[in-house]
Design a protein around this ligand. Sequence first.
Ligand code: KG4
Ligand code: ZN
Length: 336
Amino acid sequence: MKILSIESSCDETAAAVVEDGRKVLSSVIASQVEEHKLYGGVVPEIASRRHAEAIVQVVQNALDEADATMDDVEAIAVTHAPGLIGALLVGVNFAKGLSLATGKPLVPTHHLRSHIASNYISHKELKPPFMCLVVSGGHSHIVMVEDYTKMKIIGKTRDDAAGEAFDKAARTMGMPYPGGIEMDRVAELGNPEAFKFPRPVVHDAPYDFSFSGLKTAVLNLIHNMEQRGEDIPKEDVCASFRSAVVELLVSNTLKACSDFGAKTLVVAGGVSANSLLRKRLAEESAKNGVRFFMPDKSVCTDNAAMVGSQGYYEYLSGNIADLSLNAVASLPIDYR
Ligand code: KG4
Ligand code: ZN
């Protein structure tokens, strides 16, 4: 069964054709990142306008590259939540129009569930149940994926998301948006022991995260050095900061695996492209006898192939919307 999928929750306009949830026939992404770089982050108004300009061509290209027409497609999956509301509305309304015109069913798909599904594309053998660390620009969750469309939140961030913490710390050092990628690259050149950043724990919530204290610590360090007229040793700051964030993510996640008896661990979301996080999760999983899966780097950040994968399982579970479907800025991953 072929699904046409559409993603517009943030700053990538994307469409894909995916067969039976696992085989990507095409995946097209129009990124706006160069324009948002000028402002140091995503400008929602600009994002919506660029989606509106790009979406027709992006969807057409996805069909063409899959050598398909709408006649070959059995359903239309679209990211309806969570994300920037104006950006989501472009994809949702386009999908509704297409559904109305073609009579194909409309499948609302949760963005974070789709990030998890990026692993179904990379690992054909992977099936729930498993524990999943979902770390993106807007969210940091530890989720028990009981089935493809049944999830339970085990832990989450109390303040900033991991990607947001990376981006803000990187911006303070004058690095371009999205800072997480650049920080990961620069961190490879530094000493992770150079600076001792705090490792905040959330009292009575062993699986929750808090990154705001860590972010403040790096901001204070940089401002103090600037005031003293010192050069910022970017490599060492990046390496030490990355190490602190990664150790927090890894320790809570492995604790969740052990406490809940999970034998399989999966990582997903934009931050799952982080090279130290991938390495440390693999090492600790092996030590603890847990099978570990991570998405190919090509599907870690926003794309529509992952929407087509999750959309397939949503469709099978009966998650079909009518034309009253609306975009939702914030929606828990276990909403249904
Ligand atoms: O999942 P995603 O593409 O968009 C959201 O749904 O938010 O994640 C984007 C986030 C950004 O904060 C970006 O800095 C971060 O993922 N990111 C990384 C890396 N690659 C992307 N963070 C750390 N290391 C990376 N290699
Ligand atoms: Zn995302």
